[in-house]
Design a protein around this ligand. Structure first.
Ligand code: PLP
Length: 453
């Protein structure tokens, strides 16, 4: 059974012959700007495993980039989507009310750790749309024109979210961009300026927010600050709790809303249903949560949750969209969340994350090329450098490790401002045997590539 099987490469080369034929057709039919670095054409997915069209089996530690916390083809989710499909596929929520949408809004309002007593939720189709919507409602509520985003941030590929996203490689030739987007420094403690004492680091990054107020846009013009509780594309960097406490204080002093972009970190990935539950433990709550990815096990859906007064700020008709809150997606999300709660997937995330972190830390002792290991729960990053002393990013080595892993049946993905981090985003339903096999493939790949370097 694919679900419980181990990685196995059967073809002499990757891609195998059937996969190669489809990849060649892809190259002719689809623009290359939709990048893909993997020789894998999926035939079937179950749990944490992918079988390709040639019968090769891959352990997937990318999970559709954080979409498959509950794994491929969870049978109960498949059933829920089929049952909904038998009734109707579409019911535009501006035209007809469907109960799945309402139930999901009720559920998310109950579990999202946003500030306020009575909350509401609404839906969109992608992470970028959720972030855009969060910004729209923050502007409507505060009646202010500007926002603050952070270095290393990734918020999507629409025009607004490209301007919010830090890495401009994602925005080549696409300008002009919307204005009113200002950037402060995200606390990437591993790469603090040389010689900075530990006790000064939090203030250093907080000062960069104050510099925005002084040099770019006064605090009274800022509608919101948007923070990923654990930066994903930026290199798996957790927002330090001391820093987020200080950010919340600045927001409160200046009437600024705090938006948590939980697109990648939501739905058990970090060991909690939402990563901002860690914030809540130290007295910080976001005003708005934007989330997506693993919410519906792969059916496109995203969500925005906030308290009533924020949600009721936008004028009628200013939010929504044809496919937003699609009935198939809502059915998938309701079942996905039910299973996550019932099967304690957040606890499993902590368990898996600990095993991965322990192994990566042991590897860090052995290999000069591993500079840092960090994360929260089952969202773990490992940063590669040419030397521990200089911390120079080892970009080519990182790509080589990724390719070496896939040749042995393990799919992992890179991240980071310097493309020198490998992220662990595996389905949390992976078996212990699969995890052990994956860790072995990973370490062998690091060892092999480090020697070749
Ligand atoms: N926000 C974060 C934190 C993300 O990681 C991503 C995607 O990786 C997005 C937003 C954009 O999501 P989407 O690709 O669904 O538009």
């Amino acid at each position: 059974m694919l679900r419980t099987s181990l990685p196995e490469i059967k073809t002499e080369t990757l891609p195998g012959p059937k996969a190669k034929a489809i990849i060649d057709r892809r190259a002719a039919a689809v623009p290359s700007s939709i990048r893909c670095a993997y020789p894998v054409v999926i035939e079937k997915g179950e749990g944490a495993m992918i079988e390709d069209v040639d019968g090769n089996r891959f352990l997937d530690w990318i999970g559709g980039v954080g979409v498959l916390n509950i794994g491929f083809s969870q049978p109960e989710v498949v059933e829920a989507v089929k049952a909904q499909a038998d009734k109707y596929f579409h019911g535009m929520f501006n035209v007809v009310t469907h109960e799945g949408y309402v139930s999901l809004a009720e559920k998310l309002s109950g579990i999202a750790p946003v500030k306020g007593d009575h909350k509401k939720a609404y839906f969109a189709n992608s992470g970028a749309e959720a972030d855009e919507n969060a910004v729209k409602i923050a502007k409507a509520f505060t009646r202010r024109p500007n926002i603050i985003v952070f270095s290393g941030a990734f918020h999507g590929r629409t025009l607004l979210t490209m301007s919010m996203t830090s890495k401009k490689a994602y925005a080549v030739d696409m300008g002009p961009f919307p204005d009113g987007v200002y950037r402060a420094q995200f606390p990437y403690y591993y790469r603090n300026p040389a010689g900075m004492p530990e006790e000064a680091q939090c203030d250093y990054y907080i000062d960069s927010i104050k510099a925005v107020f002084e040099q770019c846009a006064p605090a009274s013009t800022i509608a919101a600050m948007i923070v990923e509780p654990l930066q994903g594309e930026g290199g798996f960097i957790p927002a330090p709790l001391e820093w987020i406490k200080a950010v919340r204080e600045i927001c409160d002093e200046n009437g600024i809303l705090l938006i948590a972009d939980e697109v990648q970190s939501g739905f058990c990935r970090t060991g909690k249903m939402f990563a901002s539950e860690y914030w809540k433990e130290v007295g910080v709550q976001p005003d708005i949560i934007a989330t997506a990815k693993s919410i519906a096990a792969g059916v496109p859906l995203s969500a925005i949750v906030a308290r009533d007064e924020i949600m009721e700020a936008p004028a009628p008709g200013t939010i929504g969209g044809t496919f937003c809150g699609n009935p198939l997606a809502c059915a998938a999300a309701l079942k996905t969340i039910e299973i996550m709660e019932r099967d304690h997937l957040a606890d499993r995330s902590v368990e898996i994350g600990k095993k991965v972190t322990d192994r990566y830390l042991a590897m860090k002792e052995k290999y000069e090329c591993i500079g840092d290991v960090r994360g929260l729960g089952g969202m773990v990053g490992i940063e590669f450098v040419t030397s521990k002393a200089t911390k120079e990013p080892a970009t080519a080595l990182t790509s080589a490790i990724i390719q070496e892993c896939v040749q042995h049946g393990l799919m992992v993905e890179g991240a980071g401002t310097y493309n020198n981090v490998i992220r662990f985003l595996a389905p949390l339903v992976m078996t212990d045997e699969q995890l052990a096999a994956g860790l072995d493939i990973f370490e062998n790949a690091v060892a092999a590539c480090a020697v070749r370097q």
